[in-house]
Design a protein around this ligand. Structure first.
Ligand SMILES: Nc1ncnc2c1ncn2[C@@H]1O[C@H](COP(=O)(O)OP(=O)(O)O)[C@@H](O)[C@H]1O
Ligand SMILES: [Mg+2]
Length: 226
């Protein structure tokens, strides 16, 4: 459903990603693992169109590397950046609804997708009217997930979602992702982490990124000690 062919990406004139060639099939959950500065965020941002890219990016067999960034979410791509970027003066629900508004979804479709997000994260319904500035950091991650779900009907890209989450909330977050996969068997997930143990037993496949280069990896070796 997603294919990169010889993709290089630069921020300004600084080359960051080098010769990335890989594909992700529909319904896969892929862990993108790499230490800080390896290029995880730059890769997700490149897929959203926020860097200078050469090479080819295909989404459902259609080239998107020249598509304007504002058009890409409309393909069914949801993106939760590593900094949550919630608008603190807006309510939780208003934050969740923002992408639907910018994508100009009609009221019925917006309501349907909001129900989908609440079905996966029911605890957010209870805090829907609270200012987003008043929720905890962990709850904010759930709000950011719900917001990404509004447009991520096909592909969801989550940038270090488990980073800084207390263990109970990390389990809750993982459960929500499992609920999503159970509810929608075709949804594709790309999840970055610097700590591979956070995704062990959850992702079906691992890509390792190191200094802007990618290779097929494994979450398994450290399991010997588990
Ligand atoms: N705005 C920027 N300007 C210049 N270099 C950047 C910028 N953002 C990131 N970089 C560089 O790009 C590389 C990859 O960063 P990033 O994609 O954020 O890595 P990760 O998300 O894996 O921690 C790093 O060397 C970082 O210093
Ligand atoms: Mg990052």
């Amino acid at each position: 459903m997603l294919e990169l062919r010889n993709v290089d990406a630069a921020i300004g004139i600084i080359p960051i990603l080098r010769n990335l060639t890989f594909r992700v099939d529909a319904a896969e959950t892929v862990a993108l693992i790499g230490r800080n500065g390896a290029g995880k965020t730059t890769l997700l941002r490149s897929l959203m169109g926020f860097t200078n890219v050469t090479g080819e990016i295909l989404f459902e067999d259609r080239p998107i590397h020249d598509m304007h960034p504002s058009k890409r979410p409309g393909l069914g791509i949801g993106y939760a950046p590593e900094d949550r970027r919630l608008f603190s003066a807006f309510t939780v629900e208003e934050n969740i609804l923002l992408p639907a508004q910018s994508a100009r979804l009609d009221a019925a479709e917006t309501a349907r997708r909001l129900d989908r997000a609440y079905a996966i994260l029911p605890e957010l319904r209870e805090m829907a009217g609270r200012p987003a500035g008043n929720v905890s950091g962990g709850q904010g991650k759930m709000v950011a997930l719900a917001r990404a779900l509004m447009l991520g009907t096909k592909l969801l890209m989550l940038d270090e979602p488990f980073q800084g989450l207390a263990p109970a909330l990390a389990r809750r977050y993982a459960d929500a992702l499992r609920a999503l996969r159970d509810a929608d068997r075709s949804v594709t997930l790309i999840i970055t982490e610097s700590n591979p143990s956070l995704l062990r037993g959850f992702a079906g496949r691992t890509l390792v990124i190191e200094r802007g280069e990618i290779s097929e990896g494994s979450l398994e070796p450290e399991r010997a000690n588990a």
